[in-house]
Design a protein around this ligand. Sequence first.
Ligand code: ADP
Ligand code: MG
Ligand code: MG
Length: 199
Amino acid sequence: MLDADFFRRWMTTTAAAVDREAAHLTELDSAIGDADHGSNLQRGFTAVVAALEKEPPQTPGAVLMLAGRQLISTVGGASGPLYGTLLRRTGKALGDAPTVTVGDLAQALGTGVAAVAQLGGAQAGDKTMLDALLPAAEALGTSFEAARDAAQAGALATVPLQARKGRASYLGERSIGHQDPGATSSALLITALAESDGA
Ligand code: ADP
Ligand code: MG
Ligand code: MG
């Protein structure tokens, strides 16, 4: 069973991964965007960790809802509202249970990912974070490791795609041949799940 501690570890592990990969995320965003994805997420997840330390929420759902609110209020770019919605809606779907199963989380993440698709109007193959999140939510029904592998494969698979949503879409065919920054950070988020298990 996964408790509030697990979800706090998930967020702090993600924050550490974002710190480690910030320069890489910004480099990817400089090729097809405005070179701020790493710094956007660093600012957001630093605020998430601070908020969770200040007043640790006692349920899995409350941890994710607080994290989502922080991302929405601190990240200016497209990714703030989108990641914020992902975590808030996933947290809301978990309800107020003190512990949840991986199956519960898989279902809740599916709800969160659907909310991201609705908010941003993107679908699979549009070269966005959804290309990592959709296969990850599906694979999470199997295991954390399966979700991690699916997210990483999904992020890599954005390279040959042409962007149809977000800033990168302004480049048209010139967006082809570059890995999407948001799909790359989504793979970090999902990879952090497996790293938080039993830690
Ligand atoms: P901004 O583009 O405002 O500078 P970021 O650089 O932080 O924001 O985030 C860019 C990432 O956001 C993209 O790589 C893409 O994955 C994601 N993104 C942008 N627009 C959408 C959308 N409509 N739906 C889903 N994801 C999107
Ligand atoms: Mg950007
Ligand atoms: Mg920007």
